[in-house]
Design a protein around this ligand. Structure first.
Ligand SMILES: Nc1ncnc2c1ncn2[C@@H]1O[C@H](COP(=O)(O)OP(=O)(O)OP(=O)(O)O)[C@@H](O)[C@H]1O
Ligand SMILES: [Mg+2]
Length: 410
């Protein structure tokens, strides 16, 4: 059967041209000229993919995209946004609206067709939903939740959370849950180039939160990281009540061997629920005064909460800037704690990784950053799992154990 492509663009010339081009490629093309007509048509037609122009008079492409995602009947149709404005800002806006891909006009025919085919195939693979995560014996014992936290924004919390989650999934060949605990404009999914097909908000709208619901709200990724994304719209953040967050995290802990939390920079009740549910907390700090004060405040509060008796707390010094920072001794003195790990300044490596939605631990596992995150993943793995050779060791596991062996020898 021919695949149905719905093309939405206000430009008549372009509609004619693309229609001819796509028909020639063997697609069944449905052409529409604006948002309202598209939403009306979608009540009766179910295309395999939608190509959506961004700039249209009246209702713009982002709004149409959001409306398509908000309707359960159409929420899973792949969407490619087409635009004359090729900017990162638009790309981010597109992904936030729930688009799967983004192409600048005029598009190259071969590239357009390739992307259409990839997205259609991916959608067919996702529906019906992915099977529940496979849990092996070692992983069956209590899950390990790791919260990545800083009271100061921009210190690399999301970067570390995403690379750690991906590192764990590569190391053990298992599904790992990545939870965006940021209730407004969270970015975990963006780091993995995942479109916001479903978010926390969809989950919290369900009458009962159960395992099936939680798994279906998570975004799949080829690395086996599954992301529970932050809501698309600010007003939806209120849906994430501490009670619902607690239930969800408990379910995740029973379904996944590892749960990584990308935490907001506050100690709201919701954040505390996340921290309560964690076995390990990574406090991220930068080598400058304001960030160190935030870190030392977090350390004090965690002591008051007796977290230091119940959980493992590690401090990571993240060198997010190229300039000289404070002296190491002064930093430890200020924190009244030892630094457990230093993450070096990586120039624009992380920024580029974010722009293309591919974290270094996946794109370049043998590069300097990949090595660091694979090693962190091993260090933070469950003790029982660390001690045993897996039945089917992954490439990442072999690399990490080789490095450990070499270090021991040296
Ligand atoms: N070691 C590093 N070297 C260079 N740049 C870094 C490093 N760590 C993080 N960055 C960059 O710093 C910026 C902030 O990182 P990130 O978004 O991970 O922090 P965050 O604490 O989650 O911030 P937010 O307040 O937005 O949630 C990003 O552009 C990231 O690429
Ligand atoms: Mg963040």
């Amino acid at each position: 059967m021919l695949k149905k492509v719905m093309l939405v663009d206000d430009d008549e010339m372009l509609r004619k041209m693309m229609n001819a081009l796509l028909a020639k490629q063997g697609f069944d093309v449905i052409v529409l000229e604006d948002g309202p007509k598209t939403l009306e048509e979608l009540k009766t037609t179910h295309p395999d993919i939608i190509l959506l122009d961004v700039m249209m008079p009246g209702m713009d492409g982002f709004t149409v995209c959001r409306a398509i995602r908000d309707n359960p009947a159409t929420a899973r149709i792949p969407i490619i946004m087409l635009t004359a404005l090729d900017s990162v800002e638009n790309k981010v806006k597109g992904f936030e609206a729930g688009a799967d891909d983004y192409l600048a006009k005029p598009c190259d025919t071969a590239e357009l067709v390739a992307r259409i085919n990839v997205l259609i195939r991916r959608a067919e693979a996702i529906i019906p939903q992915l099977p529940a995560p496979v849990i092996t014996d070692v992983a069956r014992e209590p899950a390990r939740s790791i919260a990545v936290f800083s009271l100061r924004g921009g210190s690399g919390v999301s970067t570390i959370a995403v690379n750690l989650a991906a590192g764990l999934s590569q190391l053990w060949g298992m599904q790992v849950a990545l939870v965006d605990m940021v209730s407004v404009a969270g970015q975990s999914a963006l780091f993995l180039n995942q479109s916001l097909r479903n978010t926390w908000a969809d989950l919290c709208k369900m009458e009962v939160i159960d395992e099936e619901g939680v798994l279906s709200a998570m975004l799949p990724h080829e690395s086996r990281v599954r992301t529970l994304a932050s809501p698309r719209r600010p007003e939806e953040s209120e849906l994430l009540t501490p009670g619902k967050v607690k239930t969800t995290l408990e379910i995740l802990r029973s379904a996944f061997p590892y749960v990584v939390l990308d935490m907001p920079h506050d100690l709201s009740e919701r954040s505390l629920t996340g921290l309560d549910q964690s076995d390990v907390i990574l406090i991220i700090t930068q080598p400058e005064i304001a960030s160190l004060r935030a870190a030392s405040m977090a350390i004090e509060i965690f002591e008051d909460l007796k977290y230091n008796e119940q959980k493992k707390i590690y401090i990571i010094l993240n060198w997010t800037f190229p300039r000289q920072g404070l002296a190491f001794n002064d930093i430890e003195r200020m924190l009244k704690s030892k630094i457990d790990l230093i993450l070096p300044y990586a120039a624009d490596k992380f920024v580029t990784a974010l722009n293309i939605g591919n974290p270094p631990v996946l794109s370049d596992p043998e590069g300097a950053l990949g090595v660091i995150f694979e090693d962190i993943a091993m260090a933070l793995s469950k003790e029982a799992q660390r001690k045993m050779r897996p039945d089917q060791p992954t490439a990442a596991w072999k690399r990490v154990t080789d490095r450990i062996r070499t270090k021991k020898k040296g």
